[in-house]
Design a protein around this ligand. Sequence first.
Ligand code: ADP
Ligand code: AMP
Length: 209
Amino acid sequence: MNRIILLGPPGAGKGTQAKLLSQELGIPHLSTGEMLRAAAAQGTELGRRAEAFMSQGKLVPDELVLGILRARLESSDTRRGFILDGYPRNVAQAESLVEITPIDHVLYFEIPEGVLVERLSQRRNCPTCGTVYNLVTQPPKVPGRCDRDGTPLVQRSDDTEEAVRTRLRVYREVTLPLLDQYRRQGRLRTVSASGSVDEVAARVRAALA
Ligand code: ADP
Ligand code: AMP
């Protein structure tokens, strides 16, 4: 089974690789960040509560994220596997996950911090289909428009310098200990996330083989 977790700092390329892998393997890409952003865009109660944390680069409270993820995992399209991107992000979330579903692969995207800041500052997203661009490394064909649906691209409100700094600090403080836990269990496979999208994709395929 391909029940896959992608771990790694913000900007490592998890979303970019998850979308490619999702098409290739025919399993859904489950990004808790995208789920929360969709709820915020719809203006639901949960979305409004989440937005207050997200815009500052802080983690959304565990019970809100768990609720949204659990509901998503109940969909029938996850029966043949899924790619989890952005969850778990702390030890408590990993413990909750164990109770909901078994996991087959845990991949860790390793990358120097300097590259992350560069990638995040140039990131742009399609608010309609979620495709991720980068003004330097993955530019759209028509400037400012999504290649797939022509929607004007947006910059995420948490890709500002200040929120990025907070997100990297949160990652170091609460997500890194989680890596150690998976490593101790002998489950962590480390993939270098430096280099081109194609190079990283090849390493991901090798790690899953
Ligand atoms: P994450 O989901 O881990 O936060 P993303 O997939 O959104 O990361 O990628 C962050 C930024 O880096 C985006 O602008 C994306 O286009 C760009 N990017 C992703 N992978 C690579 C790569 N291998 N080389 C260069 N840029 C990349
Ligand atoms: P991402 O799209 O993965 O970069 O996530 C964007 C933001 O959504 C994060 O900075 C958090 O505020 C929130 N978020 C996403 N996933 C989680 C999670 N598993 N736990 C807590 N907050 C999350």
